[in-house]
Ligand binder design. Sequence first.
Ligand SMILES: [Zn+2]
Length: 168
Amino acid sequence: MHEQVTPSLVLARYPHGEADLRVTLFTRELGKLTATAISGRKLTSKLSPHLGEGSVSAVRVIEQRGTRVADALTVKSGVRTLEECLLLDRVLPEHVHEPGIWDLATARTIDWVRVLSALGWDPRHGHCHRCQGDPAVFVVRSQDFLCADHASGITFGAGEVVSLQLHG
Ligand SMILES: [Zn+2]
């Protein structure tokens, strides 16, 4: 990739150095990647307002001493909640173009069963790793399932588990 404009879901943003902004983007064309918005934390930054977490923006990404955001324009804000962004950031592999996941990740409501299935963790064929019961949650860190009984005794923080609604 030298330069590309791609629709991107902004998953995370954090300070980098004196004035730069680092963003984790799930792009339609290039999968998940991390890029730097030079001077993105300055008040005058034209990029920062268009790199809000949970927004879909048209982002121009260039390879120039690392991966950089050259331009960004919000297409739609509030597509995903912060917790959904955190979960997506944790489960999506970097630089892997997973067909279909873009549509799932930016759908009006996110269907986690289908997202996890597309990533190789199909809850419909999964079992609680402790009792082989039906999965109620997917534990992100250990990448396994727990049933409602075995999940109930554990306190999970934001972005640590995906709650599953299995129908049929
Ligand atoms: Zn169980």
